[in-house]
Design a protein around this ligand. Structure first.
Ligand code: SF4
Length: 265
C-alpha cells in the first residue's frame, strides 16, 4: 500500500477536482495512478474522509457538506453500477439541498446511451416525481430528441444537481462541487459519444466558463474527453420560441456526430 504523505493527499485532492479534465482513467496527476490515488484516499483516517464540520466546508479528500454520515468521493467514484450510485444519491447529504428536497432525481434512460442529456437541476415536478425533465419542458425535450431520431428511452437524461434548489434558485458553487462526482461517475459508466448540455447553467458548469450560452452553442466543446454540444433549455424555448431554430441546428450537430461526421468538432 502507498504511504499516505501530505503530498499524496494534495495530489488526491487535485485528482478528484480534475478527474474530468484528464482523458482516460489510467493516468492521474504527476504519475499517480487512479488506483494509487483511490488507495491513498481509502487509507486516510476516517475523520479526514467522512466528516466535516460545516455545511459549506470542503475536506481535502472530497467529502463535502458536513452532514453526517457523509458519502465520500471515493465511494461515488468506485460505485460499480447505477444501482449502487443511485442508492448513494438517494441518501446523500453532501450539501444542504437534501434538507428541503422531497426526492432526489438521479437520472434515467439507457445505460448504453450514445447521448447523455444534462440539465441544471430538478424543478418542482422533478422533485415531486423523482424523474428528470418531466412536465411541459420534458415533453418538448422528448419532441426535440425525436426530431433527430432519438426516442427518449434511447438517451440518458440527468442534471448537474440531483436535488432541487429551493424555489428554483441558481445552484451555488459548493453545491455543484459536492454533486459533480455523481455526474462524473454517471458519464464514466455510460461513456457517451456526445453530451448534450441544456441551458446556460449546465453548459457553463460543464465547460467551466462564464460565457453566454449564445456564444457557446453551435459548436462542439469537450468535457473530460467527451464532446459537448450546448443548446437552449426546453423550458427557455417555451418562453422564447425564437430559440427553437438555433436549438434545432444544435441538435443537427449531434445527429451528424452520431452519423460519423466530425466536421463540427
Ligand atoms: S444536490 Fe447532490 S450533493 Fe447535494 S444533497 Fe443532493 S445529491 Fe447530494
Amino acid at each position: 500500500m502507498s504511504e499516505v504523505t501530505p503530498d499524496i493527499i494534495e495530489l488526491a485532492r487535485r485528482y478528484l477536482s480534475q478527474t474530468f479534465e484528464m482523458e482516460g482513467q489510467g493516468v492521474a496527476l504527476e504519475n499517480l495512478t487512479r488506483e494509487a490515488t483511490l488507495e491513498a484516499l481509502r487509507a486516510m483516517p476516517a475523520e479526514s474522509t467522512d466528516s466535516g464540520s460545516g455545511c459549506q466546508k470542503s475536506s481535502s479528500t472530497g467529502t463535502r457538506g458536513g452532514h453526517s454520515p457523509g458519502i465520500s468521493d471515493v465511494e461515488i467514484l468506485e460505485a460499480k453500477d447505477f444501482e449502487v450510485l443511485s442508492e448513494l444519491v438517494a441518501r446523500c447529504t453532501r450539501c444542504s439541498l437534501h434538507e428541503e428536497r422531497n426526492r432526489s432525481v438521479f437520472g434515467e434512460g439507457a445505460i448504453d446511451a450514445r447521448v447523455v442529456c444534462v440539465g441544471e437541476a430538478p424543478g418542482a415536478k422533478e422533485d415531486e416525481t423523482g424523474r428528470p425533465f418531466v412536465g411541459r419542458a420534458g415533453q418538448l425535450l422528448d419532441r426535440l430528441l425525436l426530431s433527430i431520431g432519438l426516442p427518449r428511452e434511447t438517451v440518458y437524461i440527468c442534471n448537474v444537481l440531483k436535488s432541487r434548489p429551493p424555489r428554483n434558485r441558481d445552484p451555488l458553487p459548493e453545491e455543484v462541487e459536492a454533486c459533480s462526482p455523481y455526474l462524473i461517475r454517471q458519464l464514466d459508466i455510460i461513456q457517451p459519444e456526445v453530451i448534450l448540455a441544456f441551458g446556460a447553467f449546465a453548459t457553463r458548469t460543464l465547460l467551466q466558463t462564464k460565457l453566454a450560452l449564445g456564444r457557446l452553442r453551435g459548436r462542439v466543446h469537450e468535457y473530460g474527453g467527451y464532446p459537448v454540444v450546448a443548446t437552449y433549455h426546453p423550458a427557455a424555448l417555451l418562453r422564447n420560441p425564437a430559440w427553437v431554430r438555433p436549438t434545432w441546428e444544435d441538435l443537427q450537430i449531434v445527429r451528424s456526430m452520431l452519423d460519423g461526421d466530425r466536421a463540427h468538432a
